[in-house]
Design a protein around this ligand. Sequence first.
Ligand SMILES: Cc1ncc(CN)c(N)n1
Length: 214
Amino acid sequence: MTEGSSTPFSEWLRSESEPDWSEVVTHPFAAAIRGGTADMRRYLEQDFQFVDAFTALLGAAVAAADHFEARVAVGRFLGQTVADTERGYFHRALDALGGDPNPPALEPVTAEFRALMDEVRRGQDYPGILAVLCVAEWTYLGWASRTTEPPEGFVHREWIELHSGPEFEAWVGFLRGELDRLGPALDENGRARVLDVFRRATALERRFFDMALG
Ligand SMILES: Cc1ncc(CN)c(N)n1
């Protein structure tokens, strides 16, 4: 991104994260979720471990944000969606699939994703934290909103519903808006740091779906 560029910062980050970005939103595992055929047990077991670190990262965003309304938006999503609807989904889905909420081992990609989230959480740098949150939510909106006919089984259908629709679109819009607001004020090193985190997170999303595919 150049000084005075009219491209929003979030769009610049996304385009600089190709081809991984497009490979996530068009991934065969995501297509199998939409088609209701994906084997969700191991994926959700590992994703539950992802969500634990993701929840801690949301807490870090509340602490690191530079204004009250942002703390409220993140805190509301944490309390109403992650700690309530999504947590309930994980328990019901893992129960139905005979999955283990505490699997004996983390897959390497799960451990690496948790390490990236722990790194930016400890750094307490709001743009870096936003970069990981934005990748995680925007890529999921990308594949989930390609659904044409919702699958019948609740495990697939509710996972899509959690990551699509007006409320989730507004949440992704908020995360992008925060990056768009903060990006222009960053110097070149600051923008490069955020891009590095954004790219690493996007590559991990692709590898997470690769892992799920087996
Ligand atoms: C790996 C991963 N990335 C993103 C999301 C969306 N919250 C998720 N549940 N898991």
